[in-house]
Design a protein around this ligand. Sequence first.
Ligand code: BES
Ligand code: MN
Ligand code: ZN
Length: 474
Amino acid sequence: MQFHLHQHDTKQPTWMLITSQQLDHLKSQADFAPLATLIDAYAFKADFNEVLTGVNSQGHIVYLLGLGDSEKLDATKTQKLATTIVKNSQNKHEAISVDCANLAEKLQPLLVQAISQANYVFDENKSEKSKAVLNHVDFVNAKALTQNDLDYCKALHQGQSFARDLGNRPGNVCIPAYLAEQAIELGKQYPELLKVTVLETKQIQALGMNAFLAVAQGSVNEGRVITLEYKAAGEQKPVVLVGKGITFDTGGISIKPAASMDEMRFDMCGAASVLGVMRALCEAKLPINVVGAIAAAENMPSGNATRPGDVVKSMSGQTIEILNTDAEGRLVLCDTLTYVKRFEPELVIDIATLTGACVVALGKVYSGLFCDDEQLTAQLRQAGEQSHDRVWHMPMAEDYQDGLKSNFADMANIAGPYGGAITAACFLKRFTKDYTWAHLDIAGSAWLSGDAKGATGRPVPMLMQFLANRAKKA
Ligand code: BES
Ligand code: MN
Ligand code: ZN
């Protein structure tokens, strides 16, 4: 998708964004006359998200899109407007202009991002493809937008769409080796910026990553630990992003119920977001060092699968009693969190579709943020607000650690029925004592269910904003 700051064809349909306060003033303008008649005929009030289609004095298509009360317009509403623009333009026009004169400046970058994401389609496995998606959007009278902003939006769009594609690919295609191939491909595309390394079973065994292997061993599709080193800021210590990449989560021997189990294809969305961020970084060429690490495995029940009650020694030396094989995310993550110490991180953020409990707590709006570091918490929350890809700070007090007691090992991999998102975070905390760390539980935000079922590509926008903020400060 192409964005420009000028109209590349004056004949293309134009979306005019207008607040209800402005309507009367507009109607009084001479070249607006043909539309003024329509406005009266249809009693168009420029209420929020109201659409009126007409033809301007030059005979070109114009869509009037109501912003409603300008005081009440916010980021969530801006995203809704973007969806309206795209849904009314897709399959009709290949190129449109969007007149942003009346949209608050701080909402303009968000509109660009939301339009590009609303235009996303995933039809690679359909015999009949969507006819025409929008190829070209020109933003006119967008005073707050610079070419740099558009380039950033485009980079973000590519990264986020990449994450969505990976998330949406079914479990028979997107297996751990597939994620590794995708990382290797990305490395080949940007050889001067990215170094990709893939660890296979033998190497993972040699490292003593037995918690990871306890999950991977149940599947014929072997696990992979993938790292991508993005270096664009000399010898600066890197930000390390660790993604949960369970390419399908059946629950293992502690098998999940059948209903909605298909959605466990999305259990690699943390990994997808790491790949998405790496892709966006390479496109935007942000001056920063970032390492992405992906724990990729498939959680299957089989004759080789881990039994409830099995005890393993993690790479950190701590032993774990696996009371529930469905709490597998923390098992692959804990060893990967130990593994990444070798990159001498400035800080580490893991991103995981970790718990159903997080969906109960926060729904699909906010991602759960677990972090004991005040500064990092503030930075992630701010990045979430700026990108409108929001995170909510959850508690992680020591008191919750009691639930992880085991009679047979240093800890169990599950606690009681309450506060499941918190006890999962508390489990990970035991493996992250050597660096500043934040955990993002994206079980709710990573995908949508029902009619809109599909990966969202979150939290790529928040993480990119966070990294862009850091790159700017340095
Ligand atoms: N991938 C799931 C978490 C999940 C479940 C995300 C439903 C989104 C929707 C994770 O591996 C899991 O199964 N967690 C268990 C943990 C429990 C066994 C302690 C859960 O949340 O039920
Ligand atoms: Mn599970
Ligand atoms: Zn899982």
